[in-house]
Design a protein around this ligand. Structure first.
Ligand code: SF4
Length: 615
């Protein structure tokens, strides 16, 4: 029987398991296949942050003006690293007082802007304060490794630059031909230990982000060389969005199969093919190389599994005790992404709205909405809690449907479960005060939703299905229920004017000021090939500058809307202002003063948010 090893490669996240291998393994085991999983990312971080590895890199690095400060403190780093990792893993809370005291940790450049943190954490917030300082310590070491040992190393991505908008395979291939770095060598040693212990026949890497591609291919290169009998497959979010039009076969020197969209069924078909139970023509949504070394896409795209038939994720084999909780920002909502062992669970498949102009609405993970039975969802919640011992859930749905969420909340309460959860929503009218109270009662602690461009004209162009007043009322309903709110914001949308960007910042300022949102993040619009704008650019006043199909990655489309706004300047102003708002600062400062160029005053009424709340 084909034995499958599923791997989360470096690096996705450090505080909890990424939810791909857990879902795949549960399905394969349910179908009677032999499958195991490992998180190579967290195992690598745990191997890097050790006295031995730090000693090794400190002795190899030549002193420069830039690294002298860290090198001078190398003994202190070597002596403290184990204690800091244990503290961040939640194994030694007693260290908090010493770390927060300020004299325990060596300090790199990330500590230069640490002022008096008492205001942020309060006298009682010693643990969070200490975790913030320990996070800076870990980040300083990551900077040191990147600048002196391995240019690809980062805490949440690995060699991301190589894979971001890679129209061809040249740069990635060239990097793969260089000798492995010290960190690469460590990663490959860990991989060797998995292979010698488990003896797999097929290894699957999930590649959700561009920052996981290089490490997967580096592993693939090693496996092909040392264990040529083992087959390799990759799939995941990056692959699904970027590699759908792959025509360059060179990547197949490092792997054997690439699957698209949900991986369960394609993986099952690959196993059946390897076991000689099925013909290669039965592969589903899979790229491979045939005997003539020609790239083939298997098609059979319409074959899929019903989401409601999929089992609860299986966490066995993951080192739950090794994940580390980081506190990069002092904002309590923002830190949810990096702090805490949140179990990741998808409640329904796809997005129940699936109409926003910038979103990948033509892809399966958005457009195929399928809601399971409520009892099945809550059964999964109970199963995961039993496995991990954690009652915290991050529902990873693109947008949680209010009706389904209401029924889940009622079932959680009916079963007397203690659950704490958060996830994405749309700011839509069905999230009433009554529903938000029910959600809070069932354990909802936070939501995140797109306010996007935060002006009514553009929300309508985007086809968001909400207007500002409604979004404000929904945010208020959550706030009144004691549920924290994060909002995703966007600038540079086609036809957006500078004045509209200033207006958007004023709306955001007012929402922070009224306590309706606790955190926010701005990003510049990217036109993707799978979005309504990418599919029909003329309808949005956009001209695609280069529509030729690349041999490797295809997703971001270079475009112009003829707009001459300096979006770099605007983006810097929006981010800086919002960073301050998130810390409760500068909320009375006129928003136009954040911009480095002269901009118009906002035309939004100074009490827009308050008057909307009274509607
Ligand atoms: S942006 Fe969110 S709400 Fe809009 S279609 Fe995409 S997933 Fe759905």
């Amino acid at each position: 029987m084909t034995k499958v090893l599923l791997i989360t490669p470096p690096l996705t996240q450090l505080n909890t398991a990424y939810p791909a291998t857990t879902a795949l393994m549960a399905y394969l085991r349910q179908r009677g296949f032999e499958a195991i999983q490992r998180d190579l990312g967290i195992d690598l971080v745990n191997a890097v942050y050790t006295p031995d590895f730090l000693k090794r890199i400190f002795t190899q690095v030549k002193p420069t003006a830039k690294n002298r400060r860290m090198l001078e403190q190398q003994n202190a780093y070597v002596n403290t690293v184990q204690s800091v990792m244990r503290f961040l893993q939640g194994k030694d809370a007693t260290l908090a007082v010493r770390i927060a005291g300020g004299d325990f940790l060596p300090t790199g450049k990330r500590f230069d802007n640490v002022a008096d943190l008492e205001w942020a954490f309060g006298a009682a917030g010693v643990n969070d304060h200490a975790r913030h300082l320990a996070t800076l310590y870990v980040e300083d070491l990551a900077d040191f490794i990147r600048e002196n040992v391995d240019a690809h190393f980062d805490l949440v991505r690995y060699a991301e630059r190589l894979s971001l908008s890679a129209p061809n395979f040249d740069k990635i291939e060239k990097a793969l031909q260089t000798p492995p770095s010290l960190v690469d060598e460590l990663m490959l040693q860990i991989l060797d230990s998995y292979i010698s212990a488990e003896k797999p026949d097929l290894i699957g890497f999930t590649v959700p982000f561009p920052g996981c591609l290089f490490s997967s291919l580096r592993c693939g290169q090693h496996i092909k060389k040392r264990y040529p009998h083992i087959k390799i497959v990759i799939g995941g979010g990056y692959v699904n969005t970027e590699l759908r039009n792959l025509s360059d076969p060179r990547i197949f020197s490092y792997l054997d199969f690439i699957t698209l969209d949900d991986g369960e069924f394609p993986l099952e078909k690959i196993i059946l093919y390897l076991q000689k139970n099925e013909d290669i023509n039965n592969l589903v949504r899979t790229f491979y190389i045939n005997d003539n070394k020609v790239l083939v896409y298997s098609n059979n795209d319409e074959q899929n599994l019903h989401f409601s038939e999929l089992p609860a994720p299986d966490f066995s084999g993951l080192p739950v005790e090794k994940y580390i909780s980081l506190v990069a920002l002092t904002n309590p909502m923002h830190k949810l992404w990096t702090d805490g062992a949140w179990n990741k669970l998808t409640v329904a498949h796809g997005c129940y709205w699936a109409k926003c102009a910038f979103c990948d609405t033509s892809l399966d993970y958005i457009c195929r909405y399928e809601a399971p039975r409520v009892a099945h969802v809550v059964d999964k919640i109970e199963s995961v809690m039993r496995q991990t011992g954690s009652s915290g859930f991050h529902f990873t749905d693109e947008a949680l449907p209010p009706k389904l969420l209401k029924e889940i909340a009622e079932e959680i309460i009916r079963r007397n479960l203690i659950v704490n959860y958060w996830g994405n929503i749309r700011f839509e009218k069905n999230f009433t005060q009554e529903l938000c109270s029910l959600l809070a009662k069932s354990g909802c602690i936070a939501v995140s939703g797109g306010l996007e461009v935060a002006t009514d004209r553009l929300l309508s162009v985007i086809n968001k299905g909400v207007n500002l007043r409604q979004a404000v009322c929904t945010a208020q309903a959550f706030a009144d229920a004691g549920i924290m709110v994060h909002t995703y914001l966007m600038y540079g949308f086609p036809t957006q004017t500078l004045h509209e960007a200033v207006d958007a910042l004023e709306v955001v300022r007012q929402m922070f000021d009224e306590g309706l949102v606790q955190s926010a993040f701005w990003h510049k619009l990217a036109v993707t090939a799978h979005s309504p704008i990418g599919k029909n650019p003329q309808a949005f006043g956009v001209k695609i500058l280069n529509d030729k199909i690349n041999p490797f990655a295809n997703n971001d489309l270079p475009y112009t809307d003829g707009n001459k706004v300096n979006w770099e300047m605007v983006g810097a102003a929006l981010s800086k202002a919002t960073y301050n708002f998130m810390h409760g600062l500068c909320l009375d400062k006129p928003v136009q003063s954040w911009f480095s160029e002269k901009v118009p005053r906002p035309s939004v009424a100074p009490n827009l948010v308050i008057s909307s709340m009274k509607d």
